[in-house]
Design a protein around this ligand. Structure first.
Ligand SMILES: [Zn+2]
Length: 206
C-alpha cells in the first residue's frame, strides 16, 4: 500500500517537473538559497530572467547568483548562467584548490571583480557585446587564503611560488573555460583573469 502510494507520488512529482517544459528544476528554486544548477557543490540563488534595455544581446534566461563553489566562497557573488557556474566549480575543484594546496596554503575565497555586466568587450565603445553581457564570463583578481594572505594577479604574476600557483591555475582554466585571458594577453587584463564559456570547442587561451 505504502509502496504503491510512493510510486503514485513520484509519478505525480515527475509529471509536475516535466510539465514545466524546461530545465528550471535543475537551476534551483527562484529566491531560495541552496544548491543550484543541479550541483550539490554550487551554492547560490536562482533569480528571475535578466534582460537589458541597453542591448537586446545582453541578458540571462536562467541566472543564478553564485555564493560558493566547491567550498570556496565568491567575494562578490556574481550573476552567471549555469554553464559558467559549472565551469567555475570544475576549475576551482580540479585546479585552483590543488594549485594553492601545492604551496601549502588553503584557498577560501575568490576575489571576483565582475560577473554579469551588459557592456562592450574591454569596455571599449563600438566593440562587440562582452561575454559578461550573457552571463558567460567571470573576472577574478585575487585568491584569498586561510592564512589571511591573498594571491593577487597584479602583484604576484610571474613572482615566486604564488606566481607559479597563478600560472598553473591559468593553464588549468583552459578546458573548463573556452576563453582565458590574463596578464600579457593585452593591456586590459594585467590585473585579473578573465574566463568565459564561449569558444569551448576551439579554446582561445593566451
Ligand atoms: Zn572579463
Amino acid at each position: 500500500m505504502t509502496q504503491r502510494f510512493l510510486m503514485a507520488a513520484s509519478i505525480l512529482l515527475l509529471a509536475t517537473c516535466g510539465s514545466s517544459g524546461s530545465r528550471r528544476e535543475n537551476v534551483g528554486e527562484i529566491g531560495v538559497f541552496g544548491p543550484v544548477c543541479g550541483s550539490s557543490t554550487i551554492l547560490g540563488v536562482a533569480e528571475q530572467p535578466v534582460t537589458s534595455s541597453a542591448s537586446r544581446l545582453c541578458g540571462i534566461d536562467k541566472p543564478v547568483r553564485v555564493a560558493e563553489v566547491s567550498g570556496v566562497s565568491l567575494a562578490q557573488q556574481p550573476l552567471l548562467n549555469c554553464t559558467a557556474a559549472r565551469a567555475l566549480d570544475k576549475w576551482v575543484s580540479r585546479t585552483a584548490k590543488p594549485s594553492v594546496s601545492d604551496i601549502n596554503e588553503k584557498l577560501v575565497e575568490l576575489r571576483v571583480v565582475a560577473g554579469y555586466a551588459c557592456r562592450p568587450r574591454n569596455s571599449q565603445r563600438g566593440a562587440r557585446i562582452s561575454e559578461h553581457g550573457k552571463g558567460n564570463a567571470i573576472d577574478i583578481a585575487g585568491f584569498r587564503l586561510a592564512s589571511g594572505r591573498e594571491i593577487s594577479v597584479l602583484r604576484d604574476w610571474n613572482r615566486g611560488k604564488e606566481g607559479r600557483a597563478l600560472s598553473r591555475m591559468r593553464r588549468g582554466a583552459c578546458g573548463p573555460f573556452g576563453v582565458v585571458l590574463g596578464p600579457g594577453s593585452n593591456r586590459f587584463h594585467r590585473d585579473h583573469f578573465h574566463v568565459d564559456v564561449s569558444n569551448l570547442k576551439r579554446p582561445y587561451c593566451r
